[in-house]
Design a protein around this ligand. Sequence first.
Ligand code: GLU
Length: 524
Amino acid sequence: MRQGLGEDLIARVLGGAPKYTLAELEQKFPLRDLPDGAFVTRFAPSPTGFMHLGGLYGALIDCKLARQSGGVFMLRIEDTDTKREVASAVDIIIDSMHRFGLEYNNDEKYGPYYQSQRKDIYHSVAAELLRRGLAYPCFLTASEMEEIRARQTSAGFATGIYGEFARDREISDDEIRARLDSGQTPTIRLYSMGDTTRRIFVKDAVRGSIGFPENNEDIVLIKSNDGLPTYHFAHLCDDHFMRTTHVVRGEEWLPSLPLHAQLFRMMEWTPPLYIHTATIDKIDVDSGKQRKLSKRKDPEANVAYFLSDGWPTGAVLEYLFNIAASGYEEAKNKGVVKSVWDYEMRAKKIPMSGALFDMRKMEWWAREYIGALSVPDLVSSVINWANEFGDDVNKMQVSDEKYLTDILSIERDNPKRVRKDFITWKQTLNEISYFWDALFAPNTEYEFNRDVLREFLTTYDANDDKDTWWNKIVSIAEKFGIKNGDVAMNLRVAMTGRTNTPDLYSIMRVMGDARVRNRINMVM
Ligand code: GLU
């Protein structure tokens, strides 16, 4: 601890007198009145213009833990890095949250929820630390810090501003005044009393108690260029005053844990319980090895990819959820639960490593998900996707809703035997493209038995029920001395160009008399 600063200097180094006392802040943001065991969580993305799949994974865990416990889930925008900011980046985050059904509840009482609008709070807490001698203004310039770093490196010391290298730790009031008078703006640094030879223990809900060497760095709390806090200081102030009970965040924050524990201890605030989640991995197609999902190499690292490519958001959510709560798949298969929202997840069981997101497995979840949809839900999902993300062909395909509904109703009447060939809305439209004459090209490779097709035309009646239709096929087969299946195959390829399709009778019913005759005539 050092000599604390007086109010006049505090106001000068912070660029204004602090607005609140700590007691006022405690009162302004009271403890939440929630049932025992309720989780208060927050998704706290930095608006970079890119929503990472790992971010969605964390947000889902946050949302789910809060919802299932009768707690509160918040969205906090961590926009303190003004250099990295991208216009509309926040819209991308909010839009993704809505589309994936991760509804947050930003109660005004605990706001604002943009860190850039919480300066008064950070400055008020920083003022208290300056008052108590637990922080100090530091006037080191970038080049001075560079010089310190070079000295540390050549001497084989750890780099950073700590101990003897923290030049301004004991800076006098007079020097502070002189530097301020000469126009310098300080950063506010922590006066660290940590000692790296001692250990500090912190609890992680998944990993249990973890021991770390104490932090001895005088880390920056408030930046000099814009007066905004660093992540560490914002985390301390926000998660305390927003009354967060559980901080779900990526494992890349584990090394900062001793610092965060130190900050909470220094304030005598109860820290939240941490849940550090594993980074999302994939199986590399070339090497077959598991590796981190890469923003640069993997389209699926970007949540936007799943939207534009028409993956059912519900299926993506289920797969991500199953990574966090691996018992979900079995419970769902057994029919015990219907959706992620019915399955009780356990914070303790969230994996600490090896969170694998494999696109082939994603396909499985998508097939199952679409297979379980009702026809109206399937139809509206396909239409909405096509109108928003589809090309002109897709838009044409959804323009006749009745025809689309008839097509998508095929093989959906028996819930036990629902077709599983649809994966995405885009691929669904592609899969059924042969129903549209403009998108259909007759198969030129298949050797049609034209006598069979001619015979079929003479007996065909579009109003035949399935048995009558089949009996006609059987008689044609008998007449030509071939198998029933061969007759059907000739018709199937003539109708669709393909040898493998859903129920042929249904296809012909949906196509209707004129189209069926026309398709046969096209290959005669
Ligand atoms: N803005 C931080 C990040 O995007 C938030 C980490 C946290 O949840 O505390 O990594």
